[in-house]
Design a protein around this ligand. Structure first.
Ligand code: CUA
Length: 346
């Protein structure tokens, strides 16, 4: 490759890379596309750091380049410099002093601004009547409980949060096994879920839409497949969702689904899962009461379709090796009936 085409190649690679980096700066799982008042604060802080530190970096690099270009071209014939040039020494000393003072001022300013951002983020904790959600981390899925003053009105679900826009959300985090981290970048910074050490934090979602969250602390084999979907709705839509989620699903009427329910209730499924209104009441795995209304299964790993449900039930170890759900062998008829039943759980 000649020099020109090498330079051309380098430019193209740099452009492609810049495009890739910039493209990842937005969307449903990005701290730079804030959808809540906390993340707005964090985003402004991030951009402030980016511009100031980016400018300083460019200045330092420019000074370095100038210094390299101006370096003396000494050779063996050049007489050595023995006496220091006092004027130049003084100028250099002053430049360094000035640079130290400017750095100190910038760092101090950043410290004050970061501190103020941290305080502003915490002011929501005084909010009245927040939506209260208890989230428990499990290897590798999220247990979600909406708590009501009247416990019979609690909603139990998994891996999918519904939030009303513009209302404060109180989240209580805990873990059933190892340390996880709840990260919903469009709304808030990361928060750890630590076994035996519940933590509470507040945030608010302002823009209706779909967002993705992710476990942000390495927690074992399927850490990357420990995602959660967040549906931010208008207050009316949210109230409708709450009303529906509080009802146990009606018993199936379709013959296949009726048979599917019998299979479900007499199989190993009931050793791990709950379906409200039936005898299945175990809490080892995700609550399936309204599984058909969720958009994804397997903690955000698969879209919730018939085919995916069937392959998940048959061989979950192929999709998420290492999870606690075992393989299940059913005849095609039984599997179809089981999926038909699960699809009634809306
Ligand atoms: Cu849970 Cu990583």
């Amino acid at each position: 490759m000649d020099r020109r085409s090498a330079a051309h190649h380098l430019t193209r690679t740099a452009l492609a890379l810049a495009g890739f980096v910039l493209a990842s700066c937005g969307g449903q799982q990005s701290a730079l596309d804030s959808a809540g008042i906390q993340s707005e604060r964090l985003e402004s802080l991030w951009w402030l750091f980016f511009y100031v530190l980016g400018t300083i970096y460019l200045i330092v690099m420019a000074v370095l380049v100038v210094a390299l270009i101006r370096r003396r071209r000494a050779d063996s014939a050049t007489p050595p410099e023995i006496a220091p040039n006092e004027g130049r020494e003084r100028r250099m000393g002053n430049t360094i002093k000035a640079a130290v003072v400017v750095s100190a001022i910038i760092l101090f300013t950043f410290m004050v601004i970061s501190f103020r951002t941290g305080r502003a983020i915490n002011t929501l904790s005084q909010a009245a009547s927040p939506v209260s959600i208890k989230i428990t981390g499990n290897q590798w899925w999220w247990d979600v409980q909406y708590e009501d003053i009247n416990p019979s009105q609690n909603i139990h679900t998994a891996n999918e949060l519904h939030l009303p826009a513009g209302r404060p959300i109180k989240v209580e985090l805990q873990s059933n096994d190892v340390i996880h981290s709840f990260w919903l970048p469009n709304m808030h910074g990361k928060k750890d879920l630590i076994p035996n050490y519940p933590t509470t934090f507040f945030f608010e979602a302002d823009k209706p839409g779909i967002y993705w969250g992710q476990c942000a602390e390495f927690c074992g084999y399927e850490h990357a497949k420990m995602r959660f979907l967040v549906v931010v709705q208008t207050p009316d839509e949210f109230d409708a969702w709450v009303a529906a989620a509080r009802q146990a699903p009606p018993p199936p009427t379709d013959p296949a689904a009726v048979r599917g329910q019998q299979i479900f209730l007499t199989s190993v499924c009931t050793q791990c899962h709950t379906v409200q209104g039936t005898t299945a009441a175990a809490t080892v795995g995700p609550n399936l009461t309204h599984v058909a209304s969720r958009q994804y299964i397997a903690a955000g790993s698969l879209q919730n379709t018939r085919e995916h449900l069937a392959s998940w039930i048959t061989d979950p170890q192929k999709i998420k090796p290492g999870i606690r759900m075992p393989m299940n062998t059913y005849s095609d008829d039984d599997l179809n009936a089981l999926v038909a039943y699960l699809e009634t759980l809306k």
